[in-house]
Design a protein around this ligand. Structure first.
Ligand code: LLP
Length: 421
């Protein structure tokens, strides 16, 4: 459930009419609902309330400081994958001991930054990374908690670009080699082995791959303990999918996911960490856009809107679907017509949806792309020199701009022309 509902014939975010935000901030603009974020985070907490746990929000899904502050204030940890994400988590007031550092290519300066600022654990993804971290720790006189990300060779049954748990993906250490790698980790100075980490992919709509992966993690944990490793934490990654179509059967709920965790690894007595991103923020955000033109093509009508692939990349990149809804509620039984909804960017890939059934819309009309809170603004660019899309946070009956739209001057000021030109 989210807080984007029609009320008195128009779409609201909580108690704010979205048309108001479009009017005051302009379009395109991302709008997030604080109540929805809070609710979704609470569902994960509840799903794990049978054990010690930390829900680490996957910062990559939405890294706006206001969103991170809201999550951090609720008690969330953070899963970061770069120095920039680490800096954001800290700037949002999240203490280092609630930040886990994931990612296949952490650089030494990034690792140093996290050690200096405080870190809950590094999720190690390769032997060279493990050795580099150890050497760095020795040079700094530090010891850091580490988990090793294992690749369980499980098919997550999701889009190939966001599946991470098969042996041909670049992620983690093959689970078949895990015992040897843990033995080396235990022998390296500066590292304190505390856990096992796994993440098999994103937008999973079936619990079976999670179950398969977590059973492998449980088996590995027992084997590691038998070898004397003190495994006290399991980081089970993120990946639980969300409904992108309202008319579609819904993916499993966090509570059902929590049950799978309990059934697979619950008897190990480990503290459980999870790293959900999309499930918390995906349906807590919409992208508002205004119709620029309605263009009658040869055999179809194009709705040319002011949002484009640079603002919401997912349809162009993964062929993803986002429900598009008008801000004015259509009357029951009102006729719909199929539109190809496209942006102004000069690529045919800049198509959000073909044949979207929408009520008749005219230039100036407003629409919302639903389920856009995760991997929306964070993947936006300024392609075609379109200023970076702004973001707004709603709470109850008020809202604030949490990232302003840059002016052309600000956008241009980042470039410089060398004196010799
Ligand atoms: N933990 C790790 C190590 C990850 O790599 C990811 C996502 C997550 C947690 C969070 O997964 P989530 O709960 O959000 O599914 N840009 C793509 C999604 C990429 C996901 C990458 N990793 C998209 O728009 O669908």
């Amino acid at each position: 459930m989210d807080h984007f509902l029609y009320r008195n014939g128009e779409l609201f975010a909580e108690d704010v009419p979205l048309s108001c935000i479009a009017q005051q901030v302009g379009t395109p603009v991302y709008v997030y609902s604080a109540a929805t974020l809070t609710r979704h985070f609470g569902l994960f907490r509840q799903a794990l309330d049978w054990t010690d746990h930390l829900v680490c929000f996957a910062v990559k899904s939405n890294s706006n400081l206001a969103v991170l502050k809201l999550m951090g204030d609720l008690g969330a940890g953070m899963d970061v994958v770069s120095g920039g994400e680490y800096a954001r988590a800290k700037a949002a007031g999240v203490p280092g001991d609630r930040i886990v550092f994931s990612g296949v290519g952490k650089t030494v300066p990034e690792m140093r930054m996290a050690i200096e600022g405080g870190i809950r654990q590094f999720n190690i993804e390769s032997e060279p990374e493990m050795r580099a971290l150890s050497a760095l720790c020795v040079s700094m006189g530090a010891t850091v908690p580490v988990a090793i990300r294992v690749n369980p060779d499980v098919d997550a049954k999701t889009h190939e670009k966001i599946a991470t748990g098969k042996s041909d993906n670049k992620f983690g250490i093959p689970i078949s080699r895990a015992m040897a790698v843990y033995a080396e980790a235990a022998s390296l100075p500066g590292l304190r082995v505390v856990g096992v980490d796994v993440h098999i992919g994103s937008q999973l709509t079936d619990l079976a791959p999670f179950r398969a992966a977590y059973l492998k993690v449980a088996e590995l944990t027992r084997a590691l303990r038998a070898e004397g490793h003190d495994i006290t934490r399991l980081d089970l990654g993120g990946g639980l999918g969300i409904p992108y179509r309202r008319d579609n059967s819904a993916p499993p709920l966090p509570i059902e996911y929590g049950q799978v965790i309990r059934e697979t690894v619950g008897d190990l007595g480990c503290e459980i960490e999870i790293e959900p991103g999309r499930n918390i923020v995906g349906n807590a955000g919409v992208l508002l856009s205004r119709v620029i033109y309605v263009k009658n093509g040869e055999d179809r009508d194009f709705l040319i809107v002011d949002a484009a692939m640079n603002d919401l990349l997912r349809p162009a990149m993964y062929g993803s679907h986002h429900d598009i809804v008008p801000l004015i509620e259509p009357a029951v039984g009102a006729p719909v017509r199929p539109y190809d909804v496209v942006g102004p960017v000069c690529e045919s890939g800049d198509t959000f949806q073909k044949g979207a059934d929408l009520p008749e819309l005219a230039a100036g009309g407003l629409v919302a792309f639903r389920s856009a809170g995760a991997y929306g603004a964070v993947m936006a660019s300024e392609y075609n020199s379109r200023p970076l899309v702004p973001e707004v946070l709603v709470q109850g009956d008020h809202f604030a701009v949490i990232r302003a739209r840059p002016t052309f001057e600000e956008m241009l000021a980042r470039d410089s022309i060398p004196a010799w030109l």
